[in-house]
Structure formats: C-alpha cells, structure tokens
Design a protein around this ligand. Structure first.
Ligand code: SAH
Length: 308
C-alpha cells in the first residue's frame, strides 16, 4: 500500500524552481513525495530540510530519501518551529518553503489514528504523538457551548447545536470513545447519508482542526516562513478546505500590499510594507486526470508567493 501520493507534484516543483546550490524546506514532509521531486531537480548539491511532527512520517521519508544522502536533513518537529530547526542545522535563510497541509493518506487510513469515521478506531486524531489532548478528550470534557462553537466554526456545520447536545447527553450514559460511535451519533442527529459526503464529515473535520490547532499553526508557519525566506524565495501552500485557503489568501494579500494610509497623512500609521509578491492570483488546482488517479487531489488548492 502506498503511504501517500503527493498532490500537484509537477506544479509544486515548477513553482519552487529548485536549482543546484539552493536550500529548500518541506514543512510537512509526510511520505517524502514532494521532497523527492524537489531533490531530483536540484542536484548535484541542492539541499532539503524536511520537517514533520509525526514520528512515523520521519521514519518513512528517511527510508524513501536515503539515496540523497547528506543533501537531505529530516527533523521531527512542528513547522511552527522552523527557525529553531534551521538554526540547529546551522542555517538562517532558505530559497523556498512548502506546506502541504492536513493529514497524509497513511494517517487517515490507519484506523488506530482515529481520523476516519469509516474505520472503527479510538477517537484520537492527534497528528503528533506530542499533542496532549485527543478528540476523545474534547468530546468527553468540552461543554455544550464549546462543542457548538467547534462544530460551527471549524466544521461550518449548520446543526452544530443539535449534535453538541446529543453528545453531552449520550456521553453521560455510554461514553463516546470510538470513531464509529461518534459517526453513528451524528448520523442519528442529521439522518442518513444523502449526498456524496457522509453526515459526520464536518464534525470530524472540526475536531481534527481543534485537536491539532491546524489554523493557528498555519498562521504561525506562514509568519515563520516570511522570516526565513531569502529575497526572491518562494512560499507554496497546498490547502484542502476553505478555512485553510482563506488564511493563506488573506496572509498573501496582507503582505503584498504596501502602506494603505491616505496620501495626505504626514507619516505612515498603518505600518504595512510590501514583503510578498503573489504569484498565483487564482489558486492552482489539480487536472481532471490527476483527480481521477487520486481523488484526494479534488479539493487541493496551491497558492504561491515570492519574498521581496
Ligand atoms: N507532501 C507530503 C505529504 C504531506 S501530508 C508527501 O509528499 O508525502 C501532511 C503531513 O503534514 C502529515 O504527515 C502531517 O503529520 C504533517 N503536519 C501537519 N501539521 C504539521 C505541523 N504543524 N508541523 C509538522 N508537520 C505537520
């Protein structure tokens, strides 16, 4: 079974323009698919630093990228700690940073990780073994109000309140500890699957985002990338849902606009300076052919900007 098929691989490599002598960061190295694509075109001496906060991903990509020897460095860490990691290998600036967000197919398909409502497993959803609170902890201890907010805000679930109330009622009687228990509970509230998506999709997405602080990490990761990119260096982000894509888009817009003070102000009070040039006005999406081969690519959006 393949660990993970990289999405938009050709597009990412074309956008990052890897060349010999360059230094590249893959902030979410996963199975090492994108990393391999980058390393292949930046020989003989382009280098890559790969980060992942999941131990298994580091082991896997280490195996896959063996042939590149000292050109690749893999570190188990959150990409939020990008600067610290670079410092630890004696570097301060890089030519490009890639973030391929979300979970890998491997994480998603492994029942014991608890990401999939279609596979019976513990309600875990922690991408990294270092995260303290699992989805089960949240479902067990969050108040109705907190659950409503989580499902509405991070799952854009319209029936958040009904689901939250049902959770609180049922957890007192039976405890909710597995993926299928939660999926069936949501199905009892929302009714059986009608469209192409399972009724529990949004609730699972919401919990996953909260457990892994996905949106907070994305904001911090983008800010860290800005601080380490050389001028002319590129940041590329592949996102898989609208909450993520919105953050990337807004971040790029904000950093690509110069001072917005009225022209008659004697001095700038907005503090904005242009530090990015947006390369992708519209996000790059997967071809029909790729989606056909890899359904996960369906919702992928690639945005790229250049440091100035
Ligand atoms: N591009 C990879 C696949 C990445 S899948 C490939 O070609 O194989 C997304 C990966 O990001 C997962 O392995 C997940 O553990 C990792 N991840 C998610 N959030 C992270 C974070 N904050 N820091 C480091 N890794 C993270």
């Amino acid at each position: 079974m393949t660990y993970h098929t990289p999405v938009l691989l050709k597009e990412v490599v074309a956008q990052l323009q890897p060349r010999s002598g360059g230094l590249y960061v893959d902030g979410t190295v996963g199975g090492g698919g994108h990393a391999e694509g980058i390393l292949r075109v930046c020989g003989p001496d382009g280098r890559l630093i790969g980060l992942d906060w999941d131990e298994e991903a580091i082991l896997r990509s280490r195996e896959r990228l063996k042939e590149f020897g000292a050109r690749v460095e893999l570190v188990r860490a959150s990409y939020v700690e990008l600067e610290k990691v670079l410092m630890s290998v004696g570097m301060t600036t890089v030519d490009a940073v890639l973030f391929d967000l979300g979970v890998s197919s491997r994480q998603f398909d492994e029942p014991t990780r608890g990401f999939s409502f279609q596979r019976e497993g513990p309600l875990d959803m922690r991408m990294s073994q270092q995260i303290v609170a699992s989805a089960r902890d949240i479902v067990r201890s969050a108040s109705v109000e907190q659950l409503v907010r989580i499902f509405a805000e991070y799952g854009e679930e319209r029936r958040a309140a009904a689901i939250a109330r049902r959770i609180v009622r049922e957890r007192e009687q039976v405890g909710i500890t597995t993926t299928t228990q939660l999926a069936q509970l949501v199905e009892r509230v929302l009714g059986p699957k009608r469209g192409p998506t399972h009724p529990a999709t949004r609730v699972f997405q919401a919990l996953r985002i909260v457990v892994n602080d996905e949106l907070g990490n994305l904001r911090s990761g983008l800010a860290a990338a800005m601080r380490v990119l050389k001028s002319g260096g590129r940041v590329a982000v592949i996102s898989f849902h609208s909450l993520e894509d919105r953050i990337v888009k807004q971040f790029f817009v904000e950093h690509s606009t110069a001072c917005v003070c009225p022209p008659d102000f004697p001095k700038c009070v907005c503090g904005r300076t242009q530090s990015l040039r947006v390369i992708t006005r519209k996000p790059i999406t997967a071809s029909a052919e790729e989606v056909n081969l890899n359904p996960r690519a369906r919702s992928a959006k690639l945005r790229v900007a250049e440091r100035i």
